[in-house]
Design a protein around this ligand. Structure first.
Ligand code: DC
Length: 215
């Protein structure tokens, strides 16, 4: 029966990997090319962290963070203050709390709905959509990722030092990989894409050939 044929399942593209590996640029471009909605799931954790900070709470406190996750509204993702060191740290803290992750699960699954979607994050291919048709694990060396993030910050007028950006990134990577709840790791069936030596076009071409292979 046709509805059971895998080709008829909505196309879900799960893109996981560490910070500044090029996931967002790639995911947005894939979504635009394939006509799919795109969700940057890091924004969910950032918005939860912001809600906790707004209330004067500690993002590492599970009770307050879970309440903030349950109160999250789509409009929170449009806040202008979801980037920067304070939001980074708050997001990493709330992301380590299992009750926060459970509270955000339905939002992510509903987002893809019947239509399919491209989602990027840390646990999309392992926890949120373990059956996603296409899974990419996008990485790059710490030095390459820190440099990209530093250039982005400089373009926005920040005078952050490259060495500080690299130190912060190493610490956040370690927390994301070491936490008990949905640690950052490739799904066994994910295709690895190392962007250290690739520009955005090269990463896009590699990803599109993986999409073609799995569709
Ligand atoms: O990708 P990002 O830097 O915006 O993510 C912010 C934080 O949230 C970071 O610590 C990783 C975490 N995160 C997560 O645990 N799971 C996701 N699906 C997305 C982000």
């Amino acid at each position: 029966m046709s509805e059971h044929r895998p080709a008829n399942r909505p196309l879900i593209i799960a893109i996981d990997g560490p910070a500044a590996a090029g996931k967002g640029t790639l995911a947005r471009r894939l979504a635009g090319t394939l006509g799919l909605p795109y969700l940057d799931t890091g924004l969910l954790y950032r918005a939860v962290g912001r809600r906790v900070l707004d209330g004067g709470g500690d993002p590492a406190d599970p009770t307050g963070a879970e309440a903030a996750a349950r109160a999250l509204r789509p409009a929170d993702l449009d806040r202008p203050d979801l980037r920067g060191p304070e939001a980074d740290a708050a997001a990493t803290a709330v992301a380590a709390i299992p009750a926060v992750r459970s509270a955000l699960l339905a939002f992510q699954r509903n987002f893809a709905g019947e239509r399919g979607a491209v989602l990027d994050g840390r646990d999309i291919g392992t926890v949120i959509f373990p059956d996603a048709r296409v899974k990419l694990f996008v990485t790059a060396s710490l030095q390459a990722r820190a440099r990209r993030r530093w250039l982005e910050l400089r373009a926005k007028g920040s005078d952050a030092e490259l060495s500080t950006v690299e130190t912060d990134m190493r610490a956040r990577d370690a927390l994301d990989a070491a936490r008990a709840a949905a640690p950052l790791r490739p799904a066994p069936d994910a295709a690895l894409l190392d962007t250290t030596e690739l520009d955005a076009d090269g990463a896009f071409r590699a990803a599109m050939s993986e999409v073609a292979r799995r569709r």
